[in-house]
Design a protein around this ligand. Structure first.
Ligand code: GLV
Length: 327
């Protein structure tokens, strides 16, 4: 008999086709996440699940899924998963790193340029027919070339984003919660590891790529904004709660920093009141990995991971490999 699996949100076809050969697949075909009640009901008889960020994978979830042999996250970030709890129960869990690194780093650059050169605001000027002709003092933005780029969290995506700065000759500084040096960035860009405080003070552009943990939640708050340059631009393609969003609105309103480009929000899908009316923000609906190729690669990686787990094998990108070492 084929194992029963649940896919909590429709993913690209290539992933479903891989699963179909070996599994009986139930897919949530509605264009919305499952409610908690629906999720817990649907996992009751499942051996495997592919889920998304909105699905909380914790003790209650595992209790509701007594037959579960593996969970594959359709995302690289895994703050939605209680990994120690999964490990305690000897249930392997996986995520989708690497395949989305380039797309997410590119989106950080799209936001950086859009904020620096006021692309969205000025696009609206054109569309509304308000432009009255060229003027020397009109619509001035900020330079990118030569300005300092600060990377908070120089992991895969932070490193890729920083490497893309090469053509813009930006001094690069980075901070890592682990304090670990990034040899690639140091060798390729002459980047230096600095404290988070120093990074906040020195950067013209700050790009966030740190994972969301209890320590990194609200890293950017009123105190941090007070240390930043008034001309600084903050870019977040990581996780929304890295920023205390109400504090960010205040910092932008008071001119403590100059602008922000956000792809993620503290309480998705909502965003703080005030962000939308500020002209110096560019706001995207969590689309860091949203290219055709990347989302397809995420689907096949998640499906391969799940199939491996159903064979009791270690998946390619396992978050708790110790499950397979416990004998
Ligand atoms: C998206 O935010 C991801 O973590 O893949």
């Amino acid at each position: 008999m084929k194992p029963k699996v649940l896919v909590t949100r429709m993913i690209p076809r290539a992933g479903i086709e891989l699963l179909d050969t070996y599994c009986e697949v139930e897919i949530n075909n509605e264009d919305r996440s499952l409610s908690r009640v629906e999720l817990l009901e649907k996992v009751r008889n499942k051996a495997g699940v592919i889920g998304v960020m909105a699905d909380r994978i914790d003790g209650e979830f595992f209790d509701a899924a007594p037959q579960l042999r593996g969970y594959a996250n359709y995302a690289v970030g895994y703050d939605n998963i209680d990994v120690p709890e999964a490990t305690k129960r000897r249930i392997p869990v996986s995520n989708t790193p690497d395949v989305l690194t380039g797309a997410t780093a590119e989106l950080a650059w799209a936001l950086l340029f859009a904020v620096a050169r006021r692309v969205v605001e000025l696009d609206a000027v054109m569309r509304s027919g308000q432009w009255s002709g060229w003027g020397p003092l009109q619509f001035l933005g900020a330079d990118v070339c030569g300005n300092t780029l600060g990377i908070v969290g120089a992991g895969r995506i932070g490193t890729a984003m920083a490497l893309m700065s090469k053509g813009f000759r930006m001094p690069v500084i980075y901070s890592n919660s682990s304090g670990r040096r990034n040899e690639v960035l140091e060798k390729e860009l002459g980047a230096s590891l600095v404290s988070f405080g120093e990074l906040s003070e020195r950067s013209d552009y700050v790009s966030l790529h740190a994972p969301l943990t209890p320590q990194s939640r609200h890293l950017f708050n009123t105190t941090t904004f007070a240390r930043m340059k008034k001309t600084a631009i903050l870019i977040n393609t990581g996780r929304g709660p890295l920023i205390k969003e109400d504090d960010l609105v205040q910092a932008l309103e008071n001119g403590q920093i100059s602008g922000a480009g956000l792809d993620v929000y503290e309480f998705e899908p909502r965003m703080a009141e005030g962000l939308a009316v500020l002209p110096n923000t560019v706001l995207l609906p969590h689309v860091g990995s949203a290219t055709e190729k990347t989302r397809t690669n995420m689907a096949t990686l998640a499906a391969r991971n799940l199939l491996a787990m159903l064979r009791d094998e270690r998946p390619g990108t396992c978050l708790n490999p110790e499950v397979f070492e416990q004998g």
